[in-house]
Design a protein around this ligand. Sequence first.
Ligand code: FAD
Length: 460
Amino acid sequence: MKTIQNETIEKLKTNVKGHVVLPNDPSYNEVREIWNAMIDRKPAVIVQCGEADDVSRAITFARENGLEISVRGGGHNIAGNAVCDRGVMIDLSPMTNVRIDAQKQRAYVEPGATLADFDRAAQVYGLATPVGINSTTGIAGLTLGGGFGWLTRKYGMTIDNLVSAEVIAADGNKIRTSETENTDLFWALRGGGGNFGVVTEFEFALHPVGTEILAGLIVFPFSQAKQVLTQYRKFADSAPEELNVWVVLRKAPPLPFLAETVYGKEVIVLAVFYVGDIVEGEKLIEPLRGFGDAYGEHIGVQPYVQWQQAFDPLLTRGARNYWKSHNFIELRDGALDAIVESASKLPSPQCEIFIGFIAGAANRIPADATAYYHRDAKFVLNVHGRWDDATQDQIGIVWAREFFQVSAPYASAGAYVNFMTEEEGERIAAAYGSNYDRLVQIKRRYDPENIFHLNQNIKP
Ligand code: FAD
């Protein structure tokens, strides 16, 4: 690494519209911190971008000074590649603007916007597109890896709703990309992560979902976990795409609709979401109540934005997090047994295993239509190890890895790049299946020197 001259830093400060943050600045520690407290890296320079051109300036600065580049959107990624040691962190978090064209049903979104920023703006017009289930997540990283949430069954992955993007390439130039412009790049961006450049604007298609949906939780005793899962599997087979139900196994948080005696006990939770005619939705969710003798439930009509934030209190930043994830085409008995067995040994009150249900529109898109490859996945299962104290790291990591191993024989091929930790580099090729070779070709064209390598890296 070259020593950076003071005048070089001063020139950068003068050139950028945003802020340059250095290790001796009072805000440095706060700005470099990301969601997963297991990641503690110290960039030499943080460029808090105020406009797209700041990204070009930061790239040029990094290249001229021989520094590595990391790119931060919402800072949520478990692998922590948003922040680097001794390099330049391109921090997009100040760029949060979301512009809605309600007539065209389009959103134009800056790369530092969170899902909350996005939903808030679109819902003014009763519009939405599928994004994730935790509103503090960044739209940028989520989209570039694929993106799924409550609306995915009906409207596909987040990338299936991406219409165009503006990208700053490795040479610092701005490129517009869509189905008709720079089409290879547009193909690669939809699932290929941050490998091809820095996206400075996303254009999304929006859907008229309205502002109110039917949603909530049903909490069953853990002793009924297997029977609930078995019935869930059958129910999921024929549930219409307007209805989504995810399953969470964890220790009960202090939810107001549960008796205090339930708090801290292992439970199995159905998280229910229905978009459409409410009376019809009520009818459709009724059978879920018969899966067991619930401890309690809280389901009702509520604002879409409220439900989009419902899990935020359990997913705040600052805890230590370690994930392992598999895709599933079907939930075989062995998988259900593995889930129940591991959930009976939760190593901390914050650990959980969840089954995300994504069957529907996303499965109807051919595997080679976008870089995101595993279009056959109907369920994405994530074991979420989470605790506060570094002394618990080993216990939590071992638990997550064990579950990953015992459930592997029942999983389908591949992986979801957005759920992969930093140590899972060997899964990258599998995540892209037969799309991998085309991604390598596109990487060679747009980033031959691999300056964007702090990501789930596709090597040129
Ligand atoms: P960052 O860490 O800022 O970015 C991740 C990576 O993306 C960066 O390292 C960089 O390589 C790249 N990147 C970011 N911005 C840009 C850009 N503008 N241009 C180029 N590259 C860029 N995913 C789902 O699909 N559905 C969910 O429901 C869901 N829930 C989640 C809940 C929690 C609590 C968390 C922590 C994550 C969840 N995720 C979910 C995973 C999420 O999609 C990924 O963590 C995603 O990478 C987060 O994006 P970010 O911008 O916040 O992250």
